[in-house]
Design a protein around this ligand. Structure first.
Ligand SMILES: C[S@@+](CC[C@H](N)C(=O)[O-])C[C@H]1O[C@@H](n2cnc3c(N)ncnc32)[C@H](O)[C@@H]1O
Length: 220
């Protein structure tokens, strides 16, 4: 398992820095599939950062209960405050865990099942072996027909946008390395691991000429 990054230092300016560089594009990715999540009852949300997605999930789906995992205490504090402001019942439905998601999923109780997993811009913090181990560990805890919602950067195949995407992703990893100590240097692939866990993509939406993707996968 690779060393754990520390996002505490950038938690507060995170939203401002994001809007400065990419405007509202990332938030539009995070919330694009929200209307498909209104029937879900139990979610595991990994590395949601300052909670801008989770606040919207809790306010749009009044039934859902959520375990939110993040290593950063500052991110979790922002997330809790934002969720409580968004929904009066959030406090009762949200449990936060300051933990390394890679360890948290290994220690889930066997009778714990989720019908929604959310990893927005989180899988790209992991190395390929860590990503595969994470998906494998979550697999037995997926309820029938469970959904997995993810957003991530991607390298498109088109000749014009490919070098642009490669440069953008390299620069982002460099910035995160300086600011958080993140050691990951390349985007891990999740398609094979999710497919091996019996999930299939049911909705895929690209933004920014295919440099961003938001995808909904479902257990078959
Ligand atoms: C790149 S940020 C993404 C935040 C948010 N999901 C978004 O859409 O922008 C990664 C988040 O995952 C958390 N994180 C990184 N590695 C982690 C790990 N191994 N376990 C739990 N949280 C982690 C960071 O603290 C941070 O909040």
């Amino acid at each position: 398992m690779s060393a754990q990054p520390n996002f505490d230092r950038i938690a507060k300016p995170y939203q401002f820095l994001e809007y400065l560089t990419l405007g509202s594009t990332l938030q539009r990715c995070r919330t694009h599939h929200l209307p498909a999540l209104l029937q879900q009852k139990s979610a595991l949300v990994l590395g949601d950062g300052d909670g801008r997605f989770l606040a919207q999930l809790l306010s749009s789906n009044p039934e859902i209960r959520v375990d939110a995992i993040d290593t950063s205490r500052t991110m979790l504090d922002l997330l809790e405050a934002r969720c409580k402001a968004a929904s009066p019942t959030a406090a009762a439905r949200l449990t936060t865990h300051q933990a390394d998601a890679r360890r948290f999923v290994q220690n889930l109780s066997p009778d714990k099942h989720y019908d929604l997993i959310v990893t927005h811009f989180f899988l790209d913090c992991l190395t390929q072996p860590d990503l595969e181990a994470l998906i494998q560990a979550i697999n037995p805890h997926l309820a029938p027909n469970a959904l997995w919602l993810l957003s991530d950067f991607r390298i498109p195949t088109r000749r014009l946008t490919r070098p642009l995407a490669q440069t953008a992703v390299r620069s982002l990893y460099f910035a995160f390395r300086l600011l958080t100590g993140l050691r990951t240097t390349r985007l891990p692939g999740y398609t094979v691991a999710l497919t091996a866990a019996h999930l299939v993509p049911v909705a895929v939406h690209h933004r920014l000429s295919g440099i961003l993707t938001t995808e909904l996968w479902q257990v078959t």
